[in-house]
Structure formats: structure tokens, C-alpha cells
Design a protein around this ligand. Structure first.
Ligand code: GLC
Ligand code: CA
Length: 494
């Protein structure tokens, strides 16, 4: 399982209200206790923080807010000592507008780095095409001094790199090497599906909607660039991994980013983030992943991240969030857990005057409460308000309570580690009544059965007759009797 750390909100150690790398190091024992084997850390590079670190001004240094390169080295070593692998977030699509590359590129039309970014003439006084930025407004900004427009799919402070320039490819490969040489185990690659661009820059067809550039976000050149990353990463000893953020809506496009085992090791599948909480929707996703991914592609299961509402907030109850945890940890594929979901946190309610994110994502980025007292284990007030009920939904209180979400996650991860069927077995969907989703995982002699009741009523499932409960999201009278919005992992009765 991969655990996503959003460093600003994990734990502060120096009292500036912002989480930092030493804060992650301090709580590694908590992550090992939970049974995490890999962490992905959201960006901690030098950054003006227009997009809280996804606007990078130096890929080979740590922002002073988060610590130093020495802190990063210490964190990597400390994680490895506990058998935890470390993935860092790499942002190849764009830099910060304060990155020396962009400052140089912007300086004149004849700059040697002009072509490192996408510069175009306008159409009269209008931008070069009709693309919109993900954060609103046109995806182009006019640079008055040189009279040309530069492309930014995100904020104007995040100009897009021109990956058709081999110098950009080289410079970015050096960034990968810099971190691989420091011992990291791989990269989560930010919006990797966007890096290649058709140089024609055709207008977005109206039929595809405002910013859903599906038709122009899956360029063959992107796949070629990814194969280049893969060769580089595979050239390193040990098991190094790439996981790509491919924010596309259909599974066969998502699946295409695995290539023929020569592109990304893992690709985010975000469909569960938008799926309604019904048996039909979840069964359909499981079936389609099996059908539409290329052979050998290892799926991912994502319930939340720093860009969307938390799973508990979205599903509306702790019961459903607990059942979803059972589903994601018992699928064929790697589960991703966003920090705080293991505590069943909800999004914080952030009053208008404290909102800071240009994408309106502050709620899910609230700080992690570690202790029940009012400071929740932080040395001073953090940058965002606490999530609701932090007096009970905090790490210490839940560690002391065997019925907590935290223990549920720990039990699920332990069960997964112990069972070859759960770790790597095939998945087989079974017939079950009404609102119950049922599937089996099988590897050789090892088998597990998972039952999920999406309904408002308790359900009885006869097929559980020769099974016993291994882990359940809610207490249930017997293996086949599921309360509403509950899930159970079953093993064959002895
Ligand atoms: C990804 C990140 C998001 C960021 C965007 C631009 O979607 O997850 O947080 O704003 O890319 O880098
Ligand atoms: Ca700090």
C-alpha cells in the first residue's frame, strides 16, 4: 500500500504552523505500526507556493519551509531503516514562473531557452487558441515585454515546459537522476498525460467541454517521453517505481499509459473518486479494470488525495468510508491512502477568510491531528483549521481504540500482507443478492471472500456459509449477515 503524505499538513516541528520533513521523520514509527510499505510525499522542492509546491523553482533543492536537503537524506534513510520505500512527487509538465529556466526564457525572443516553454503569437489581441486553464481563465498569458503568449494549463505562475525540446528532456532526466542517486525509490509523476503537445495547438472542440482536453491530452509523443523515463528509472539498481497521474475519464486511455510494460509501472485510476456509492457502480469499475487494462497492468485503487473531497466527506458517513477501505485494500492492485483517511477524517470547514488554495481544495488539506488535546501534537496553530472532531479523530485516541478506523486499516493491511490471494491473486465477481457486492480473490490454494453491503438494510448472504470473518468494517452477527453500509473480508472456515 502507498500512503500519501501532504507535507504541509502532516506535522510541524519548528512552530511555523507548516508541516516539514523532520515532522514526517518523527512519525515514521506510526506509519510502520500501521503497516505502510511505501510513502509518496507531495512536493517539497523550492517553490513560491502559488500552487503549494506544484510550482517548482528548483527541482534539486528543498524549500526552506520544509527543511533542507540534509533533512531529506535523513528522512529517506530513516524510512529505509523501517522498510518503508519513498516516492517523491515529480512535476514535469510545468515549472514555476520563478524558475531560472522560465526567467531566462521570458527575457527575450532570442533567449537560448525561449523554446523551453510554449511561446506563441496571439490571434490579434486574443490568445493563440481557446484553451482554458484548469484554475479558470485562458491557458495563455501575454508577456508584455516580448509581445508573445506563454501556455499554462494551470496557473499563470505554472508555465508549461516544451517537452519537444531535447534540452528540456535532458535537463529533466538530470532531475530524476539527482533524486535516484540520493536513494529514493521512485516518483509520483504529476499530470504526466499532459506533457506532450501537438504543436498545431488546435482549438479545443466545443464538444469536449471547457477544460476536458481529452482529445489532445493523450499524444503519442507523451508515451514516447514516458518510455524514456522508464528506461532511465529501470537503469537503477533495486526496485524503483513510477506512478503517473493520468487524469482521464476512461479506463482504456488510462490503461494505455502502462504501455507494453515499458511505460509507467502504475497509473492512477481516479474513477473511484467520482463513483456513486452503489453496488452497480463499484462492480462495474472492478469488471472494467479487469477487461479494459492491458494484460500485465497492475491497477491502482485511489479513494482520496489532496485535490478532491475526502472519501468520508464524499460518501457521507464513517460506515461507508470503512466499507470503502475494505474494498480498496482487498482489490487486485495497489491501494493508495491519503493521509488522514486512516483516521476517517472529514474535510475541514474553512471559513472564507482562511481559504488559500486557488483550486478551492483547502478542506481536504487540513492538518493531521496527532493528539486529543487542543494543540493536537502541533507546536503552534497550523496554517489551516482542524478537521471536525479532532478531539477523537486523532492518531493517539484511535490507536487506543481497537474499534477505530485506524485499527481497521491496520487489520486490513496485516490481512493483505499475510494472504497471497489478496496480495496478487485474481479477482472473481460472484452473484449476490440486491445491494451486495461479492468477490473472491484466489491464488493457488489461498482464497478470500469479500462482501460489501451498499444498502440501507441489513443483508443476508447465503454464499458465506463456509467462511468466517477475518476483518469486518462493522460488527456482524455471523459471516453472512452484513449491517447496512458494511463490508467484510472472509477466509475459509477452519
Ligand atoms: C496535479 C496535482 C495538483 C496540482 C496540479 C498542477 O493535479 O495533484 O495538486 O494543482 O497537478 O500541478
Ligand atoms: Ca514547519
Amino acid at each position: 500500500m502507498v500512503y500519501q503524505v501532504y507535507p504541509r499538513s502532516f506535522l510541524d516541528t519548528n512552530g511555523d504552523g507548516i508541516g516539514d520533513l523532520p515532522g514526517i521523520e518523527q512519525r515514521l514509527d506510526h506509519l510502520s505500526w500501521l503497516g505502510i510499505d511505501t510513502v509518496w510525499i507531495s512536493p517539497f522542492y523550492r517553490s513560491p507556493m502559488a500552487d503549494f509546491g506544484y510550482d517548482v523553482s528548483d527541482y534539486c533543492d528543498v524549500d526552506p519551509l520544509f527543511g533542507t536537503l540534509a533533512d531529506a537524506d535523513r528522512l529517506i534513510t530513516a524510512a529505509h531503516q523501517r522498510g518503508i520505500r519513498v516516492l517523491i512527487d515529480w512535476v514535469p509538465n510545468h515549472t514555476s514562473d520563478r524558475h531560472p529556466w522560465f526567467i531566462e526564457s521570458r527575457s527575450s525572443r532570442s533567449s537560448p531557452k525561449r523554446d523551453w516553454y510554449h511561446w506563441r503569437d496571439g490571434r490579434g489581441s486574443a490568445p493563440p487558441n481557446n484553451w482554458r486553464s484548469v484554475f479558470g481563465g485562458p491557458a495563455w498569458t501575454l508577456d508584455d515585454a516580448t509581445g508573445q503568449w506563454f501556455l499554462h494549463l494551470f496557473l499563470a505562475e505554472q508555465p508549461d515546459l516544451n517537452w519537444s525540446n531535447p534540452e528540456v528532456v535532458d535537463a529533466m532526466h538530470q532531475v530524476l537522476r539527482f533524486w535516484l542517486d540520493r536513494g529514493i525509490d521512485g516518483f509520483r509523476i504529476d499530470v504526466v498525460h499532459c506533457i506532450g503537445k501537438d504543436p498545431v495547438f488546435a482549438d479545443q472542440p466545443a464538444a469536449l467541454g471547457e477544460i476536458d482536453r481529452v482529445g489532445i491530452q493523450n499524444e503519442s509523443v507523451t508515451h514516447e517521453l514516458i518510455r524514456g523515463f522508464r528506461r532511465l528509472v529501470d537503469g537503477y539498481p533495486g526496485e524503483r517505481t513510477t506512478v503517473g497521474e493520468v487524469n482521464l475519464g476512461d479506463l482504456s486511455s488510462i490503461g494505455s499509459f502502462y504501455g507494453h510494460g515499458d511505460e509507467l509501472h502504475l497509473v492512477f485510476n481516479f474513477l473511484p473518486l467520482y463513483a456513486p456509492w452503489t453496488r452497480a457502480a463499484w462492480q462495474d469499475m472492478i469488471e472494467r479494470v479487469e477487461r479494459e487494462f492491458p494484460p500485465g497492468a497492475w491497477p491502482t485503487w485511489v479513494l482520496s488525495n489532496h485535490d478532491v473531497r475526502r472519501v468520508r466527506t464524499r460518501l457521507g458517513s464513517e460506515h461507508a468510508a470503512r466499507a470503502a477501505a475494505v474494498i480498496s485494500t482487498t482489490q487486485r492492485g495497489t491501494p493508495f491512502v491519503y493521509q488522514g483517511d486512516e483516521l476517517a477524517l472529514e474535510d475541514a470547514v474553512v471559513p472564507e477568510r482562511r481559504r488559500v488554495d486557488p483550486g478551492g481544495r483547502d478542506g481536504c488539506r487540513a492538518p493531521i491531528p496527532w493528539e486529543p488535546d487542543r494543540s493536537h501534537g502541533w507546536p503552534s496553530a497550523p496554517w489551516l483549521p482542524w478537521p471536525p472532531h479532532a478531539d477523537t479523530r486523532n492518531a493517539a485516541s484511535q490507536r487506543a481504540n481497537p474499534r477505530s478506523m485506524l485499527h481497521l486499516y491496520r487489520d486490513l493491511l496485516a490481512a493483505r500482507r499475510a494472504s497471497p490471494a489478496l496480495r496478487r491473486g485474481m479477482v472473481r465477481l460472484l452473484d449476490a443478492p440486491g445491494d451486495v457486492l461479492a468477490y473472491e480473490r484466489v491464488s493457488g490454494e489461498d482464497r478470500r471472500l469479500v462482501l460489501v453491503n451498499f444498502g440501507e438494510q441489513a443483508a443476508h448472504v447465503p454464499l458465506a456459509e463456509h467462511w468466517q470473518v477475518e476483518v469486518a468494517s462493522a460488527s456482524q452477527p455471523d459471516a453472512g449477515s452484513l449491517p447496512p453500509h458494511a463490508a467484510a473480508l472472509l477466509r475459509p472456515s477452519a
